[in-house]
Every structure is written in structure tokens, then in C-alpha cells.
Write a protein that binds this ligand. Structure first.
Ligand SMILES: [Zn+2]
Length: 587
């Protein structure tokens, strides 16, 4: 990572106009101390948001809804409709222009990234992630983040959206739900306890997009350690599997232990670490293209300014200063105190657990949240990748400004390089057992198996072979264009688990998958049963088929080699009833 002056900071006079009134929790007062602290760490606003044309809003929002926002914008006393004028989203004069400027800020930031004028952009006033196509919702009128995502999609870029707000990123999830080119990951307090009441594990997407929505709901009182563990377990691995071209993230500061509207106990220390993970992911997989927005955050003096500064600093690849600037504390102490915030913090990073005692509700919340994380990994990650991480074969290594963030297992780009271009379909590939020597000698075509980068996939397969996994490969010229992998089951050593069957795109549809699976089954130790499990995560992330088609192909492949499809066990069915479970008898 080169040293850059830092992300393009998006802020201007219009940012202050998004104002639901003096008693509303989402207050523009936060921009005073927030932007001031950003300036203290060296961030200077580089773009002033302006309202976008209605045509840009209409890419996602319904004409009747935009018309209603316009109407109430000029006559706020008019009758409330479509979520407008209700307690959460009271109408205010100029709301169309104010909300349009928030959208304009995120869209301009995305334009700057797409044009290569900046690698990273940070729009603290953005992140209105709840707004729906035809409804204001959760303080959000127009969905600036979803609009920025869609702008990147018009260039054909595939987008990873990471939502760190304490509330589920339901609007972005809904607005990109049919598009497998957008992977949404939201980490939030469970909808059982908190607005908007959604974001459960089983919201995984449908049709071709099945597998491209991922939700990690936390139990109340969960603290920074379990929260950050989930961020580190999910963000890099999902990025490695999906291989995004651009990353958009929402950094709501309302996960914080001191936030008045929610019940998690995250710290600024953990928020900074999470922002670094997102930055590192953008560099590792998306050419550095990263748009970060703000979001919720209702502790306008003690939390939000630090969260914003730390997000920007992550993108500037800089450590925060040790101490909060005295001049900043002096300037804002009186105003903060007037609004109930006594004693402004003296350091950017919080004390452990934000100085609060860890009691039994927190311990329970963390245990349950980590149990949920295991379930999320089970449905959201391709089996080969999940088991590779669990067995220590491979994990995405991630570093920020030279520091290790996620202790991965090095890709170890070997002599083979492992990453030839997409092979064209030539002579019929040869299917045969493959050993470590083959994996070291031959290249691996893209999109045969996860992870997305064939160098990562090749490293994973080499480690698997070294640890006793059985591999069968389809080889065309000197390139592996198909592979099937099995290993002794983690739970039942006398049983083999089928971990993956994959074929490169240009070689699909010719029965190669069936040939690979048959060769794998034929080569198993005598009388060894095999078990298989196929969920929504098993897909080609670039051109996924409809989930029903995927499952039908899997069912045919498995049945054709003697597997018997079984009823999905209740624990799997609860999280995704579409999961296909099958078993090959031992004799
Ligand atoms: Zn960066």
C-alpha cells in the first residue's frame, strides 16, 4: 500500500441540511465535532455534496415515492405517506434536496473511485442504508449506499457491501436482492431485539442471487471481542470467495457500548480494527477501490467523531494519534455537556470493553453470538473454503500498513504460478487422480473451485493434498480445468466428506463433473461411506445459475454416482431448507 494523503472526504454545507429536527436522534450536530476531529487528523473535505437529479434516484426509487418526498419537502405539514411524516422520519422543509445531496455525495464519491481520481473515499454523512424503493424507513429517505452500489454495477463491476451498523442493512439488501453481482454482508444486533426486525441467517437471497446475502445477527450485550472475531472471520473470507471489483462499506457507530439506541458493547478500538480489515480487503481483492460511509451513531460527541476519524485513518493507512487533541476537547466540551455528554474522551481508542464491567449478560451474549457465527459460516461459505479454514489448510492472509490483521496461511504462489488465463475448450480433458506433484506442476484454471483467485485455490488444494485429502483432476493441456475433493470427515473419521466438485466455465455441460465425481467415488478406500452437503454457497460467483438449477445439477450428479439424497437435518433446514444432504453407502 502506498502512502496516500488519505481517502477523499465528502462533506459540505448541504450535509448539515439532513435534519429531522432538534429532538431527533440522528442529529446534524455531529458534523461539528466530527468534521473538526477529521481535520485534526489531517482530513480535509475534498468534495461538497450536491443534490442529484431525480433520474439518478429513479435508478432504485419509485417515481411515486420521489414525488411524495418532493411534495412533503415543499409542504412538510402535508399528510404523511410511504413512511414519511411518521415519528422516525418526520417531514421537513427541503428534505428532497437534503436527502438528494446525501445520495449525491455517495454517487460523486463512487464516480471519483471509478474514474481513478481516488482509491478510497469516505462520506461520513452517507450510509442511509434502510431506505427502500418506495418507503422512508429508519431515518433514511434515499438510499445513497445502494445507489452507489448500483452505479458501480452499471460499469459491470462486482460489489462487496459490508454493513457494520448496529441495525440490519435491510434497504441495501432488498435493493440488490435480485443481483448476484452484489454480495451484501450485514453484521448487526439481532432483529429479535432491534429495529428493523430483519437480518436473520436464513435471508440468503433467492434465484440466481441465492448465496449473495449474508447476515450475522448478534445477541444483545455482545462485546468487542466477539464482534471483531465475526468481522475477521467473515469479511476477508467472503471477499476471497466472491472476488469483488469494488468494496462499499457502512460504518455506523451505533454498535458502541455508549450508544443510547442499541445494546452491543463495541469499542472505537474494534471499529478501527474493522475499518482496517475493510481497507485491507479492498486492496487485496478489489484493486483498492473502496467507498466508506458513515451511518447510525447517536453519541454525537463521545463516539461518532472518533469513529469517523478512525475510519478515515484506516483508509489513510495511518495509526491514530495517542491522545485526543486538547483544542478539540476544549472547543466541544461545553456543547457536549449541554446535550448530556460529560467528559469527552481523552484517547481515540477506548479502554477494554469501553471501561464497562463484563457481566454474565455480556458473556451469554458473546457465547450465543459466536455460536451464531459458526452457523453463518456453515451456510455462507463454500464447504471447501470453510473446511480448509477449520482444518488449517488455508485462510486469507490480510495485512494493513504492514501489520498482520488476519493470520492467514500464505498463498505461496509457487513455481507454477497457479493462475493461467481462462483456458479455451480444446481436446477432451483427462480425468485422473491428482497428487501434490500434479498440483505443483499444473496450473489451475479460474472458477474451478473457491476461493475466487486461482492462486488461492491452488494453494488451498496443495495444502489439502499434503494433509491427506483425495483429489481427482480433469487436465487439459497443462491446466487443471476440473477438480473433485474428498477428505476424512471431521466428525466421523470412517466416513469421507465430499468437499467440492468444480469445473471451469468453458468446460461445463459436457459431463465432466459426473466423470470427476465417479473417479473420486471409485478411488475411495474400500467400504468407505461418503457424505455430501450442498448449500447456496456452492455457486459460480460470476455467473450463478438459479438456485433450483444448481441443486438439480447437484442432485443428478450425486444420484448418478450412487449417493442417496436424505432429508435435510433440522439444524441445517432451520438455516437454509434448500441444503441438499446425501450419503453414499459404504458397500
Ligand atoms: Zn487503503
Amino acid at each position: 500500500m502506498s502512502s496516500t494523503p488519505g481517502p477523499l472526504l465528502v462533506f459540505g454545507p448541504r450535509s448539515l441540511a439532513y435534519d429531522f429536527g432538534p429532538s431527533h436522534p440522528l442529529t446534524p450536530r455531529r458534523f461539528g465535532p466530527g468534521i473538526d476531529l477529521l481535520r485534526h487528523v489531517g482530513a480535509v473535505p475534498g468534495h461538497e455534496p450536491e443534490p442529484v437529479a431525480d433520474a439518478a434516484l429513479l435508478r432504485l426509487h419509485l417515481p411515486g415515492y420521489v414525488a411524495a418526498v418532493r411534495r412533503l419537502s415543499t409542504d412538510p405539514s402535508g399528510e404523511g405517506v410511504m413512511g414519511l411524516g411518521l415519528a422516525d422520519n418526520p417531514a421537513f422543509a427541503g428534505m428532497h434536496e437534503a436527502a438528494g445531496a446525501v445520495a449525491g455525495g455517495s454517487l460523486a464519491a463512487m464516480e471519483a473511485i471509478l474514474a481513478g481520481r481516488t482509491l478510497h473515499a469516505h462520506h461520513p454523512g452517507g450510509g442511509l442504508h434502510h431506505a427502500m424503493a418506495g418507503r422512508a424507513w429508519g431515518f433514511c429517505i434515499y438510499n445513497d449506499v445502494a445507489l452507489a452500489v448500483v452505479r458501480a454495477r452499471t460499469e459491470g463491476l462486482r460489489v462487496l457491501y459490508v454493513d457494520l451498523d448496529v441495525h440490519h442493512g435491510d434497504g441495501v439488501q432488498a435493493l440488490s436482492s435480485g443481483d448476484p453481482g452484489v454480495l451484501t454482508l450485514s453484521l448487526h444486533e439481532s432483529g429479535r431485539y432491534l429495529f428493523p426486525g430483519t437480518g436473520f441467517l436464513d435471508e440468503l437471497g433467492d434465484g440466481p442471487a441465492a448465496g449473495s446475502a449474508v447476515n450475522m445477527p448478534f445477541e444483545p450485550y455482545c462485546g468487542e471481542a466477539a464482534w471483531l472475531a465475526a468481522v475477521k472471520a467473515l469479511v476477508p473470507t467472503l471477499a476471497a470467495v466472491f472476488g469483488p471489483d469494488v468494496v462499499v462499506s457502512q460504518h455506523g457507530a451505533d454498535t458502541h457500548a455508549w450508544d443510547p439506541l442499541s445494546n452491543l458493547r463495541v469499542t472505537t478500538t474494534a471499529m478501527a480494527a474493522a475499518a482496517r480489515v475493510v481497507d485491507a480487503v479492498a486492496h487485496r481483492w478489489a484493486g483498492g477501490r473502496w467507498l466508506a460511509t458513515g451511518g447510525g451513531g447517536y453519541e454525537a460527541y463521545r463516539v461518532v467523531p472518533r469513529a469517523w476519524a478512525l475510519t478515515w485513518l484506516a483508509g489513510a493507512h495511518r495509526e491514530p494519534p495517542d491522545r485526543m487533541p486538547e483544542t478539540w476537547r476544549d472547543r466541544w466540551a461545553a456543547e457536549a455537556s449541554r446535550f448530556g455528554a460529560q467528559r469527552l474522551p481523552t484517547s481515540f481508542l477506548d479502554e477494554p470493553n469501553a471501561g464497562q464491567e463484563v457481566g454474565s449478560p455480556q458473556r451469554t451474549g458473546e457465547e450465543r453470538s459466536l455460536a451464531m457465527l459458526a452457523r453463518v459460516r456453515a451456510v455462507a461459505l463454500p464447504r471447501l473454503v470453510r473446511e480448509a479454514e477449520d482444518r488449517g489448510w488455508w485462510a486469507p492472509a490480510l495485512a494493513w500498513a504492514g501489520q498482520e490483521l488476519v493470520a492467514g496461511i500464505a498463498t505461496g504462489v509457487g513455481a507454477s504460478g497457479g493462475a493461467p488465463g481462462t483456458p479455451t475448450r480444446g481436446a477432451t480433458p483427462t480425468v485422473r487422480t491428482a497428487g501434490l506433484a500434479d498440483l505443483e506442476r499444473l496450473g489451475l484454471a479460474p472458477r474451478v473451485v473457491a476461493p475466487f483467485d486461482p492462486r488461492d485455490a491452488a494453494a488451498l488444494l496443495r495444502a489439502a493434498a499434503l494433509d491427506g485429502a483425495r483429489l481427482v483432476a480433469a487436465v487439459s493441456d497443462s491446466t487443471i480445468v476440473g477438480v473433485a475433493v474428498a477428505a476424512p470427515s471431521a466428525n466421523e473419521p470412517a466416513v469421507e466428506s465430499l468437499l467440492a466438485v468444480g469445473v471451469a466455465p468453458s468446460f461445463r455441460g459436457a459431463g465432466l463433473g459426473g466423470a470427476l465425481l465417479r473417479a473420486l467415488v471409485d478411488g475411495r478406500p474400500p467400504r468407505t461411506p461418503m457424505e455430501a452437503r450442498v448449500g447456496v454457497a456452492e455457486r459460480d460467483v460470476v455467473e450463478p445459475a438459479d438456485v433450483e438449477t444448481r441443486l438439480e445439477i447437484a442432485r443428478r450428479l450425486l444420484a448418478g454416482t450412487g449417493f442417496v439424497v436424505r432429508a435435510t437435518p433440522p439444524d441445517l433446514a432451520r438455516d437454509d431448507p434448500r441444503t441438499l444432504v446425501a450419503r453414499l453407502p459404504g458397500t
